[in-house]
Design a protein around this ligand. Structure first.
Ligand code: ADP
Ligand code: MG
Length: 252
């Protein structure tokens, strides 16, 4: 259903030593919605993202996927829950071809359950993974470099490869950390088209993004953090004209 909360953060708090990096952050990412997480440097965006993806453990509060509280952080567990993610610093196998990198992503899904169980033969499995990977490369506009070593890609292409690999899991939700960073204008347009397509298919998207034009033009809902506090949320128009947000960005 459209209103299923695929990801829900409940009263998340993270303290580093004496510093409260994230304080009482509470929001949900429903199916078929793009939610943008924004805020000035040091606001707590990356910390929130790392809490949501199980990289960090909250001091208090909960992270739930489909109403299930997140406890483990293994890639298999994330895949089982239908969570795909990209990393701010892409973890790509540079010696492997682009399509092989995406097959690695698809392979995790196999381990997670259904696909692997259905397939008896390794060769057959490989063919299926190959087909999934090619489809994802088409969707991200990378099919022309599919056979190149991933190490030869531009930064923008690497980011798209990360997205392709996350999508190979057939996720219910994707978490993207600054997906537009380093992308050229045409690559940004390609990524925006893809994210809209995913939304149309009912996938939920949470993205941390510095590129305001990019995130404002895409997000259905924006969450604004400042000094760890959730100072505003709403659609792009409301956020653009919100005095607390303007204050935060102008360093008030
Ligand atoms: P953003 O991504 O919005 O720029 P961060 O989540 O990276 O902000 O950081 C929020 C605050 O927490 C900052 O003051 C930062 O210095 C601090 N912080 C982040 N990670 C750590 C850490 N591992 N140890 C100590 N302080 C941290
Ligand atoms: Mg950050």
């Amino acid at each position: 259903a459209k209103d299923t909360k695929l990801l829900e953060l409940r009263h998340l708090k993270k303290v580093f030593g004496g510093l409260i990096a994230v304080n009482d952050v509470t929001f949900a990412v429903p199916a078929g919605r793009i939610v943008g997480l924004i805020g000035p440097n040091g606001a707590g965006k990356s910390t929130t993202f790392n809490l949501a993806t199980g990289v960090l453990t909250p001091t208090s509060g909960e992270v739930c996927f489909c109403d299930e509280a997140l406890k483990t952080i293994s890639p298999q567990e994330m895949a089982r829950l239908g969570v795909g993610r990209s990393f701010q610093h892409p973890e790509i196998m540079t010696d492997m071809s682009v399509v092989e990198n995406v097959m690695l992503g698809a392979h995790l899904r196999g381990h997670a359950g259904a696909v692997k169980a259905m397939l008896g033969l390794d060769r057959k499995e490989e063919l299926v993974l190959h087909a999934i990977a090619w489809r994802m490369l088409q969707r991200t506009g990378l099919e022309k470099v599919a056979l190149s070593p991933a190490g030869t890609l531009s930064l923008g292409q690497l980011r798209l490869l990360e997205v392709a690999r996350a999508l190979a899991l057939d996720p219910l939700i994707v978490l993207l950390d600054e997906p537009a960073a380093g992308l050229r204008v045409c690559e940004k347009r390609e990524l925006a088209r893809l994210l809209r397509e995913l939304r149309q298919e009912g996938v939920a998207v949470l993205m941390v993004e510095h590129d305001m034009d990019f995130v404002m033009s895409l997000a259905d809902h924006l969450i604004v953090l400042d000094f760890g506090n959730q100072i505003a949320e709403g659609d792009a128009n409301g956020i653009r004209s919100n005095p607390r947000v303007l204050d935060a960005y102008l360093g008030g």
